[in-house]
Design a protein around this ligand. Structure first.
Ligand SMILES: Nc1ncnc2c1ncn2[C@@H]1O[C@H](COP(=O)(O)OP(=O)(O)OP(=O)(O)O)[C@@H](O)[C@H]1O
Length: 601
């Protein structure tokens, strides 16, 4: 993930550990204690089973007494039952804790991400963040939900197993322990290679996924340019690369399996040879040797399990670190502490300055060398309707972004009803504005849900009224399920003009005192535009409106027009005044008229 260049919005690094999980585990102390108890019981029972085997052979079989055999079997079955019930509890509790902690973590990360300013997401790609929230937390879940408990259980068994072995037969144990490095070294060697290659292969699989989702999301572009064959070829290349890496991983893994089987079984063979000699000479019983073998297998198994999950734990520590970076990222826009209410706005008399820009200079964090707004000073009066015009890239939309505090200017200040917007609470500030953005954003939810975005408490009939005012009701009722129709990802089931009318209905529903319209009617045909315009007019009455407009209908209605170019205000006035005083405006107006004439003729 690319790191932000600004000190804020920058994820903290370091802290290579799973410590991040501690606060999330703390609320589930009771479950953890129970899980630990189950874990100790199962490990101890497993270890006792070896003694059960010895009992079964020496007391049951060798003694020739049927009662002793039955008794030995009962003890064995008792231990098996305890092991079964203990394992059930351990598995349930440990998996539950894993799932619970990850659910809490995902919610915490999402809530935190929503509090970060947009500049964070310009520096850190949302698809990368998405993979952190899904893949990394899934890895953590598997670690908490199994690997940790496997590591702990096997450590207990390893420790207990070696202890039993030493007590039972010192010499045989030394032979066994001498074999351990021969198994561990190749396991570590090949294990490390396998781990590196697994990471490479995960990256390749991620590339496959990225390519796939891009091609499918933009299927119309792919087909319109008859790009299918080229894309199929490129996709095949990506898939083949992923396959090649996987084959390398599989080769290493196969070698690892071969080595482990050969070495561990040879070790056990050697031990059996020595042990067999002792049984023949009568130094130990057959039961002793059998239970010794049992513990050897347990020790070997535990070692193998621990070495396997160590890799998982390392990967999980990496995942935890990446999630911690997200959680520790600080927003570049700091929430102010001053409460701000609509009353503050209403208290400003008509005609007095409501919004004031004072020597504002702003550079986007990703383009620190380029001033998107330069030394901007102007005010907007209560109830005024101001149109912002200017060529593309002049800084009109940026002005809205500063008002909504998606970014803070590097110099100068902005006040709303006499309060510095940096000092007021973000939620309070944003509740004063209703925005119709340049590109309408719709979610894959129902029409009701999409409209209700502006006001979650609005009853259905109020939502419908807003849609009617925005000239959207008619097309909504023609949809399959009317207001209950799902709009598809990014609202793909609607035309551009329809999407814009939904956006306008949202703004109407929000009923905020200040309207920010960013080329609100640009995607509408002439008939719809005039209907929306008629709907907007009563809405704008008594409200302060800032409208970025390329269309003359809007500009002509404005109380004042501000002409911007290259981040600066170059002229202000009415349409007629500007036609005379501002060459840029005259040129823009001429172009529009000529365009309109062409369209209408
Ligand atoms: N998120 C961003 N990061 C970096 N630069 C940006 C960003 N958004 C806009 N800019 C740049 O800031 C300048 C002003 O952009 P802005 O969107 O405010 O222009 P505009 O007047 O609204 O243009 P248009 O009429 O085409 O929408 C442009 O040069 C643009 O490239």
């Amino acid at each position: 993930m690319k790191q932000s260049s600004t000190p804020t919005d920058t994820p903290a690094s370091g802290g290579n550990s799973l410590n991040i999980l501690i606060p999330y585990l703390r609320p589930y102390r009771r479950q953890m204690v129970l899980a630990l108890l189950a874990l100790v019981i199962t490990a101890a029972t497993m270890l006792s089973l070896g003694k059960g085997v010895q009992l079964l052979i020496d007391d049951g079989l060798a003694s020739g007494s049927e009662t002793a055999l039955t008794y030995a079997l009962m003890v064995f079955l008792g231990l098996v039952l305890l092991l079964g019930v203990g394992s059930f509890c351990r598995f349930y509790l440990v998996s539950w804790i894993g799932e619970r902690v990850v659910a809490d973590l995902r919610q915490a990360v999402f809530a935190h991400l929503l509090s970060l300013s947009p500049s964070f997401f310009e520096d850190n790609s949302p698809s990368e963040i998405q993979s952190r929230i899904t893949a990394d937390t899934t890895l953590l879940q598997s670690v908490i939900g199994s690997s940790l408990s496997i590591a702990l259980r096997n450590s207990l068994m390893l420790f207990g197993g070696v202890l039993f072995l030493l007590i039972m037969h010192f010499k045989l144990t030394l032979i066994l322990l001498a074999c351990v490095p021969f198994v561990i070294v190749p396991v570590l060697f090949f294990g490390r290679r396998v781990r590196r290659l697994s990471r490479d292969s995960q990256d390749e699989v991620a590339n496959v996924g990225r390519y796939l989702s891009q091609a499918l999301r933009h299927i119309k572009v792919v087909q319109a340019f008859s790009h299918e064959q080229h894309d199929i070829q490129r996709f095949s290349d990506t898939v083949e690369r992923a396959f090649d890496v996987s084959v390398k991983r599989i080769q290493q893994r196969s070698w690892l399996t071969l080595m482990v089987i050969l070495l561990s079984m040879s070790g056990i063979g050697v031990m059996l040879w020595f042990g067999g000699k002792d049984v023949i000479s009568g130094a130990i019983s057959a039961g002793d040797l059998a239970s010794f073998l049992f513990y050897s297998v347990i020790v070997a198994g535990s070692l193998a399990a621990i070495s396997e999950v160590m890799g998982e734990l390392q990967r999980a520590a990496g995942a935890a670190e990446r999630i911690m970076e997200l959680l520790s990222a600080r927003s570049a826009v700091v929430n102010g502490s001053l409460p701000f209410s609509l009353k503050n706005i209403q208290a400003i008399p008509q005609g007095d300055a409501l919004i004031q820009f004072d020597h504002v200079e702003f550079r986007y964090p990703t383009r620190p060398d380029y001033a998107a707004l330069k030394n901007l000073t102007f005010s907007i009066k209560q109830g005024e309707m101001v149109a912002l015009v200017g060529p593309s890239g002049a800084g009109k939309s940026t002005l809205f972004e500063l008002l909504l505090r998606f970014y803070d200017p590097q110099q100068g200040q902005i006040t709303l009803a006499g309060t510095h917007i940096r000092e007021s609470s973000l939620t309070d500030l944003r509740s004063c504005f209703a925005l119709v953005p340049q590109e309408t954003v719709l979610f894959d939810q129902t029409v009701y849900d999409n409209l209700g975005y502006a006001n979650r408490l609005a009853p259905h009939h109020v939502v419908q009224q807003a849609a009617e005012q925005a000239n959207a009701h008619a097309f909504i009722t023609e949809l399959d399920q009317g207001y209950e129709t799902r709009l598809g990802e990014d609202g793909v089931r609607l035309s551009g003009g329809q999407r814009q009318r939904i956006a306008i209905a949202r703004a109407i529903l929000k009923n905020a005192p200040i309207l920010l319209l960013d080329e609100a009617t640009s995607a509408l045909d002439a008939q719809s535009e005039s209907k929306v315009q008629t709907a907007l007019e009563p809405l704008m009455k008594g409200k302060t409106t800032l409208v970025i407009a390329h269309r003359l209908a809007t500009v002509l209605n404005a109380d004042r027009i501000i002409v911007m170019d290259q981040g600066e205000i170059i002229a202000q006035g009415t349409h007629n005044e500007l036609l005379v005083s501002c060459t840029l405006y005259k040129r823009l107006a001429d172009l529009q008229f000529r365009y309109q004439e062409t369209v209408t003729s």
